[in-house]
Design a protein around this ligand. Structure first.
Ligand SMILES: NC(=O)c1ccc[n+]([C@@H]2O[C@H](COP(=O)([O-])OP(=O)(O)OC[C@H]3O[C@@H](n4cnc5c(N)ncnc54)[C@H](OP(=O)(O)O)[C@@H]3O)[C@@H](O)[C@H]2O)c1
Length: 328
């Protein structure tokens, strides 16, 4: 298919609420030597897109100002230094931005093959969550078989992935969620559910011996409670602070119980670091996705032009798993 000069896209017309997202027309981006151009089929919607839309999470230097951190699609062009991919290959990819569009560029090393016979709709939501969970739960958190793992936000895109990966790695998993229906979902994925509105996750984990690793995106008063819920030598991994990053607390347990507090954010990491994560995922986790032993949990699909409705849906908090945009 010839590549057009312009494409449909959704831009952040003004920082603020979902209605600041507006359909637009943009030039089709041109891949650099080490990049591919993807004809986007579906694009994943992630909480960081909403932060960017609100003006709280600027794209890194050189990245598209359009939102969208992941997609699935077909390679439409390759840069001069790319040998791995050919035009016509079906891929899913981590993007530096720009996924809410008919075409997007990304470093060739940040694209992965579609696992097995997975459809492009489900594959669109793989990369942001799998890259984030792998680098935080396994790389930084060092979760091992037989350990106890607590995942907050158990029904989020991140949470549904983290529960499945931790279970597949042989860990025992607990997950928090804010309703009985959401608790049913995390139980279905193999976690012990804790409805945080009527139960205390600290008590639940301490009764089980304490968590070896906790993945948290809530912050605020959860930080001190997480430390209480950790076992000796436990690791708290922070990937967001939905209730704020500033806390006053007693850090003595870091010494007395040898705790580790760490975290990371994916988007500003270097091309080489993301390429390393991609290679680890392709080797260890894509075969499990291809075999269907783990699978993405899909919520709703919205047309690209209805990205504002997709964001409102995510921020209403009723979703379970990944929201995706149908681009073509
Ligand atoms: N560090 C990184 O590299 C990185 C990368 C991607 C995403 N993230 C972060 O990871 C989190 C999950 O991302 P996602 O795209 O999977 O988001 P999402 O699906 O919108 O999930 C947010 C989850 O947080 C839970 N939650 C708990 N307390 C909350 C509060 N005070 N306000 C809003 N939600 C609350 C919600 O569950 P309940 O309804 O059960 O409360 C919901 O499941 C986000 O905070 C995102 O910013 C970090």
């Amino acid at each position: 298919m010839p590549i057009p000069e312009t494409m449909r896209a959704v831009e952040i017309a003004r920082p603020g609420g979902p209605d600041g997202l507006r359909p637009t027309t943009r030039p089709v981006p041109v891949p650099a030597a080490d990049e591919i151009l993807i004809a986007v089929d579906h694009a994943g919607v992630n909480r960081p897109d909403a932060l960017q839309r609100a003006g709280l999470y600027d794209p890194p230097p050189g990245a598209s100002d359009l939102p969208g951190l992941e997609c699935s699609g077909t390679v439409a062009a390759v840069g001069g230094a790319v040998s791995r991919w050919d035009v016509g290959d079906r891929v899913c990819a981590l993007l530096p931005g720009g996924g809410y569009a008919e075409y997007a560029t990304t470093p060739a090393a940040h694209a992965l093959p579609i696992p097995g016979g997975m459809d492009l709709r489900a594959a669109a939501g793989l990369c942001e969550t799998f890259f984030t969970v792998w680098s935080n739960v396994f790389d930084r958190g060092r979760l091992r078989a037989g350990e106890r793992f607590l995942c907050h936000g158990g029904t989020s895109g991140i949470g549904t992935t983290a529960i499945q990966m931790a279970r597949a790695a042989g860990a025992r998993v607990w997950a928090t969620a804010g309703s009985d229906a959401k608790c049913g979902v995390v139980e279905g994925l193999g976690a012990t559910a804790i409805n945080y509105r009527d139960a205390d996750f600290v008590e639940a984990l301490r009764a089980a011996g304490g968590a070896d690793v906790i993945l948290d995106m809530v912050g605020g008063d959860y930080v001190a409670r997480n430390l209480k819920a950790l076992a000796e030598d436990g690791r708290l991994v922070q990937i967001a602070f939905l209730q704020g990053p500033k806390v006053e607390m007693n850090l003595m347990p870091l010494m007395t119980r040898r705790l580790t507090v760490t975290g990371s954010t994916l988007r500003p990491r270097s091309v080489a670091e993301k390429a390393r994560i991609a290679a680890e995922l392709e080797r260890d986790w894509w075969p499990r996705l291809a075999a269907g032993t783990i699978a993405p949990v899909l919520d709703e699909v919205f047309p690209l032009e209805e990205a504002a409705a997709a964001h409102a849906h995510m921020e209403a908090g009723a979703h379970v798993g990944k929201i995706v945009l149908k681009v073509r």
